[in-house]
Write a protein that binds this ligand. Sequence first.
Ligand code: SAM
Length: 265
Amino acid sequence: MQAKKFYGQNFITDKNLILKIISLLQNDGETLVIEIGPGRGALTGELVKQFKKVVAIEIDKDLEEILKAKITADNFELIIADVLEIDWSELLQKYHGQFKNIVLISNTPYYITSEILFKAFRNSEYLQQAILMFQKEVAERVCAELGNSKYNNLSIVSNFYAKPKYEFTVKKNMFNPVPAVDSAIISLDFTNNHKSEIDDTEAFIALVRKLFNNRRKTILNNVKSTLPDHDAAQLLNEVGIVSTLRPENISLEEYINLYNCVIKK
Ligand code: SAM
């Protein structure tokens, strides 16, 4: 079967790489793993050996027979569906009562990387951890810390929902077919997050996004255009943010303080 480019199919071919990725997952013997895009079962085959249960979601119907023939273990469940069409909270709630921990793993189809990331963020209350393969550039942004040239709003949002870590780079020749760019594995620890510091996470994320609309402008100018009803200079002064900084020079904690100050007004 030919790999389908439009489904982002780049299959892992290296057994050591598979074991190295899976070793990053937390497993207390009672853990459920959800895998997005099992493909031909490269990771799945090993996951069913190590975990209590594996639920895999694959869009490509042509892979159904291949997967079912390869993985016959009782602890394997295959859902043939588009992961973006699935109701994640319904699925996760169903398993939440049955399993102590739920972890997510995916060699992600790169055309929907950010959609998958945000689905995980928005349902992170049910998840302990995610181990995800991204394009290297995206992985670097998710995991970048303040002061790093890759730090941007994606880094801030990721650090808000989880503790992200850049685990290791994966060279493009580890896949078949070989993709255009190198990849990287990241881990997200959802138990380490800042959600309790904010009343409305969606409103907070929306504010951060808007403040990055003109990332070359100062935070003062971005606050002026995003929050026209506020005295921008006074607001920044109140939360101790230097008004001449650019949005990418401001920490997550400072954005949280800014948001909390705005909603009090
Ligand atoms: N896990 C396999 C591996 O590592 O060899 C395959 C990874 S491949 C990069 C991405 C997989 O995601 C493919 O099997 C593809 O068919 C599947 N996929 C693509 N879009 C999807 C979607 N919207 N929902 C579920 N699976 C999808």
